[in-house]
Design a protein around this ligand. Sequence first.
Ligand SMILES: Cc1cc2nc3c(=O)[nH]c(=O)nc-3n(C[C@H](O)[C@H](O)[C@H](O)COP(=O)(O)OP(=O)(O)OC[C@H]3O[C@@H](n4cnc5c(N)ncnc54)[C@H](O)[C@@H]3O)c2cc1C
Length: 399
Amino acid sequence: MSDPADLHPFDCVVVGGGLQGALVALAWLERRPTARVALVERERGAPLERTWSFHGEDLPAAARGFVEPLIEHRWSGYEVRFENLRRTLSSEYLGFTSRHASAVLQQRFAARADCALFVGRRAIRIEAQRVVLDDGRTLGARLVVDATGGAPRTARNGACGYQKFLGLELELARDHALQRPILMDACVDQAQGYRFFYALPFGPRRVLLEDTRFADTPELERDELRAEVLRYAEELGLAVSGIAREEHGVLPMPWSEHRFETAGPPLRAGYRGGWFHPATGYSFPLAVRLALLSTEVEPEQLFQGPLRQLARALEAPARHARALNRLLFRWFEPRDRAHVFERFYRLPEPTILRFYALRATFLDRARVLGGRPPRGFSLRARWRASERARGAAREVAHA
Ligand SMILES: Cc1cc2nc3c(=O)[nH]c(=O)nc-3n(C[C@H](O)[C@H](O)[C@H](O)COP(=O)(O)OP(=O)(O)OC[C@H]3O[C@@H](n4cnc5c(N)ncnc54)[C@H](O)[C@@H]3O)c2cc1C
């Protein structure tokens, strides 16, 4: 059999045109301008309805060149609102939609005759150095990146809770009064667990509003969340005239088993490889670092050490984030969980930013988990959480 790389000698083939796949492909197109790159995405047009946002701190200087074309929204600061705390943070917050990312990819690939974008094509086999498409074609490459999304089984099994949310992009009949994003407005009913609204003003008459819940179970009550988003819009005084689009998600919050996949090739990146923040479910900060790394070393060397080094650098902050998940879901009754976040947002801004970027230092980690525990920390909650876990295990055993 001939070497598959002879059939289509690409340098890098990326499977999946979501967040991670788009970042890897754009990184290669920009930072390795003579490399031949292919991207395979099974959906036609915009693959997903998602808004991806991140803090300026999450973006390494070397990645600005390939991330910049993606950025649609940029805000110089944001707010958080809790029962006893209102705070405006001054750091930059940025975002883009999956639709825009697809358009950027189309444009970039169209400008490169030696590269290839396969949309509406599913990869049926993803191997160390080749990808087989559903039309029978085989793409060979020095580096194959599996960025097909979906958290690995280990992360789902190790989840002690879930972050679930539904967002509506609202069209307004008159200008809103929001001056900046509201990352968390937790001044809402907390009886079922930590809950907050998230508001991103995209334009004077366009706002994305999300209802987010940190819950013990993954079920998403979409109708209820939709109604709650519209109710909150009213509370903010927004004159809603239409709904441009909807997005939703259920992200696992692991406290065990979660790890960053370093075995390969192929490179298992993004959610597929567990490369996400255990406490926020966000993957942009890691996806961008992984994209950068994939262009900095030769594919043949990536698995020899650099990938493991990155995973090692992330492990202490990730372990800390998993401990925070455990604390939240095991040591607090649902109604008291907001106190953990209120306390977190009293910390110095650089600590908060490093926590989100999964770059928390030893001192940051001590600040987040140390000192007097937040209101609501209780042995009774711990006991009840164990009871719930035992009940769930019994149900599984009976099923
Ligand atoms: C609604 C929503 C909003 C989110 N917002 C943020 C945010 O603001 N910031 C943040 O950091 N994180 C956010 N997240 C969390 C996380 O970053 C996203 O889930 C992110 O999309 C994960 O990126 P990914 O590339 O690993 O997977 P995905 O973005 O899910 O991409 C996987 C892609 O692979 C394609 N695919 C799958 N199988 C195949 C195949 N066999 N052949 C070809 N293509 C295939 C899929 O169609 C898909 O396009 C959000 C999640 C959701 C659900």
